[in-house]
Design a protein around this ligand. Structure first.
Ligand code: HPA
Length: 277
């Protein structure tokens, strides 16, 4: 258990995988579910999706689980749920994301992913709200993440840990998602540090180097998921066109609003995709 002031991950001599194993033990004990099959991280706009995935058998405050921090933002739900799908799969829903911009270090950012792997999950579904560079993506459009560009200049991997990231966002799972919605577009996600939104010049840079989506999460988590041997499926909800593509200023309120408007549609989509996994 972690209290308000201490987090075992803040001790540089701690082994983050051992902390994740302890967290998985907490989850097994608090949910009564020994192993999970799939893990799902809910980003802005995706909060209600869990309700449609199946029957929630346990909800626990993330702060009761070793290594998890209190949520930084209202609108980012700080709970962990265990859900059983109609097909009998156990889904661990992580409503408590630690963002890189919080400045607590990358170990804390990827702790939920490592914990999910330690609960037995072999599929990691990462969702986020993000800015779109393609002008055809109106706010409220869900898109598949096909690849990423990590602009944080950081990594969850420590030491000489060389991990292949080819097909990081599983083409098999993207194909499967398209069987649910053939109109799903996809794009390359650029993770910026944030928490400021990008400048129009930074968005142009992202476009020039091959990016289609800009955001402040997911890439570091995906790398950790791959290190843990999980198959990754990534979804962005386009909440706004990225700075400079959209001619009006960006606001957090707008991001939240677009998320809320899209929620019923994207929740149903996500639930159907998870049903196929
Ligand atoms: N940029 C970065 N993160 C975001 C955006 C954006 O335009 N919209 C929602 N999250």
């Amino acid at each position: 258990m972690s209290d308000m002031n201490t987090n075992p991950l803040d001790d540089p001599s701690a082994d983050p995988f051992e902390v994740a194993a302890r967290a998985a033990g907490d989850i097994a004990r608090l949910t009564g579910v020994e192993r999970h099959d799939i893990a799902l991280t809910l980003g802005s706009g995706w909060g209600k999706a869990a309700d449609l995935v199946g029957e929630t058998t346990a909800t626990i405050p993330a702060t009761d689980v070793t290594g998890f921090s209190a949520p930084a933002l209202a609108g980012h739900v700080g709970s962990i749920r265990s859900i059983v799908t109609p097909e009998g799969k156990r889904v661990l829903v992580i409503g408590a994301r630690t963002h890189y911009y919080e400045g607590h270090g990358v170990r804390r950012v990827v702790h939920s992913v490592r914990t999910a792997a330690a609960t037995g999950a072999t599929t990691m579904v990462l969702t986020n709200g993000a800015g779109g560079i393609k002008e055809t993506w109106t706010p409220g459009t869900p898109v598949l993440i096909s690849d990423h560009i990590n602009l944080t200049a950081d990594s969850p991997l420590e030491g000489a840990t060389f991990i292949d990231l080819t097909d990081l966002y599983s083409s098999r799972l993207r194909e499967l998602a398209r069987t649910v919605d053939p109109t799903l577009d996809e794009g390359v996600y650029c993770q910026f540090r944030g928490p400021h939104y990008e400048t129009p010049a930074e968005v142009q840079m992202a476009k020039t180097i091959g990016g289609h989506i800009v955001g402040m999460s997911t890439a570091l988590e995906a790398i950790a998921a791959r290190q843990a041997g999980m198959e990754v499926l990534g979804f962005s909800l386009i909440t706004n066109l990225a700075a400079g593509i959209q001619k009006t200023p960006l606001s957090h309120a707008e991001v939240i609003e677009a998320g809320q408007a899209a929620e019923p549609v994207i929740s149903a989509l996500l639930a159907r995709v998870i049903g196929q996994l």
